[in-house]
Design a protein around this ligand. Structure first.
Ligand SMILES: [Zn+2]
Length: 78
């Protein structure tokens, strides 16, 4: 029956596609970096600049871009 061979070919093709698809995704640093960036971006509570969470300074439940702004605290309404 030709249908059986067709099923085998489709299964093999899917397995190969999954293997290569996985490798491709891992081999693309741009996508990973961008996703990481979008995930962990925070805004400075003082000046509002956006920066990666890993580079931000946390204090009082807020994030700051620098020690100077952390010391200055969140920008008040005036
Ligand atoms: Zn700042």
């Amino acid at each position: 029956m030709a249908v059986k061979y067709l099923v085998v070919i489709v299964v093999v093709a899917v397995v190969l596609w999954l293997m290569f698809g996985r490798r491709r995704t891992r081999a693309v640093p741009r996508r990973d970096a961008r996703a990481k960036e979008l995930e962990g971006m925070v805004a400075c509570a003082h000046c509002g600049v956006h920066l990666p969470r890993s580079e931000a300074l946390a204090a009082g439940g807020r994030s700051y871009c620098s020690a100077a702004h952390r010391d200055a605290g969140p920008r008040s309404d005036g």
